[in-house]
Design a protein around this ligand. Structure first.
Ligand SMILES: [Zn+2]
Ligand SMILES: [Zn+2]
Length: 367
């Protein structure tokens, strides 16, 4: 079928164009997209800074309605509301069975290369070029073909936009706090960067009973928003020395510092500012190519822990329904993370707004 999609034929060349999408094969689901989250990972992929390279159809966060199913699909049927899980784990390899489906052993040869779980592609340009589905998802399009391992049935009453962002930004931010760091109640915490992931981490710290919860950012508007979502203190990173400010607010430094930016200076700040014996968690990925000098003396003598958190160390099929339940119970404010909606054609503007820091989370909405 012919669908409109966000296509990157070459690095830095984004077009919204008609492409040919193949029918779902065995175990796959055709989803009519209703919402797709706009994420930094899509932007970095379009610019050629991450592992997945063009030619590609962007988008990995999304939700919609099942239009059709391929042979052998038992999980959903046409008409069902579903969220997209861009980590379609096999659930049978040793890593999955050990409870780490975010690190499924089939990802390096499939999803992380932006291929379907069977290693193939589903899209072609009208002039015949094969396009990869970004993270086995390609949600920035009118329709998406998704393996049923990447499908999460939605409970009634969940807005598609909320489901779309929960699968990435929220799972990453809340998961870093609850799953990766396993924060102890009553701990002090700081979150560097107050975009969608950082604001989700702040809400995760609130769920975990942290105090203080210190938001760090370079924009006053973002700090104000962070206070509304649970930050008890804020540090303006352009006006203050972040490490000193965090130590002042917590005596020796926070028990936990979460970095959502993933840039060399903020990673260094996270490790420096966390108290002796504390835990710094890196959950953002600015680009795969940066390197950060780490002082072994800081790690050893101050007995600090430095943890990486990929997708919130989540088990998406367990965590996504749980996060949506917390949202429905009023414990997570997810509507407010969505600050702007765009039609597919305005994706370039959505990227520009995200880069400019004007929004917490932008979402593409489909009629
Ligand atoms: Zn994302
Ligand atoms: Zn697996």
């Amino acid at each position: 079928m012919k669908i409109k999609a966000a296509v990157v034929r070459e690095i830095d060349q984004l077009t919204i164009e008609e492409v040919e999408l193949a029918e779902p094969k065995a175990g796959e689901v055709l989803v009519r997209m209703r919402a797709a989250g706009v994420c930094h990972s899509d932007l970095h992929t379009y610019k050629g800074e991450l592992r997945s390279t063009p030619p590609i159809v962007l988008g990995h966060e999304g939700a919609g309605i099942v239009e059709a199913v391929g042979p052998g699909v038992t999980k959903v049927q046409p008409g069902d509301a579903v969220g997209i899980n861009w980590l379609p784990a096999c659930n049978s390899c040793p890593t999955c069975l050990a409870g780490r489906p975010n690190l499924c052993e089939r990802f390096p040869s499939t999803t992380f290369r932006s291929l379907m779980p069977d290693g193939t592609t589903r899209h072609r340009t009208l002039d015949g070029m094969a396009l990869k589905p970004y993270l086995s998802s390609a949600t920035m399009a009118e329709y998406a073909v998704i393996h049923q391992d990447g499908i999460v049935p939605l409970p009634p009453g969940i807005p598609f936009e909320v489901a779309a962002i929960t699968g990435c930004a929220v799972m990453t931010g809340v998961g870093a706090v609850l799953n990766t760091a396993q924060v102890q109640p009553g701990s002090s915490a700081a979150v560097i960067g107050c975009g969608g992931v950082g604001l989700s981490a702040i809400q995760g710290c609130r769920l975990a009973g942290c105090y203080p919860i210190i938001a760090v950012d370079v924009m006053e508007s973002k700090l104000a928003f962070a206070r509304e979502l649970g930050a008890t203190h804020t540090v303006h990173a352009r006006e203050t020395d972040v490490v000193e400010a965090l130590r002042e607010l917590t005596r020796l430094g926070p028990d936990y510092v979460f970095d959502s930016v993933g840039a060399a200076p903020t990673i260094a700040q996270a490790l420096q500012s966390v108290r002796p014996g504390g835990t710094a968690v890196i959950m953002g990925l600015h680009a795969t190519k940066i390197e950060v000098p780490i002082s072994p003396a800081v790690l050893v003598l101050a007995n600090k822990r430095l943890l990486g958190s990929f997708a919130g160390s989540a088990r998406p099929l367990v965590d996504l329904p749980k996060l949506l339940q917390l949202y429905q119970g009023g414990r997570l404010e997810l509507d407010r993370l969505i600050t702007k909606r765009y039609p597919l054609e305005e994706l370039p503007q959505a990227f520009a707004d995200m880069e400019g820091g004007a929004i917490a989370r932008g979402v593409l909405v489909f009629p």
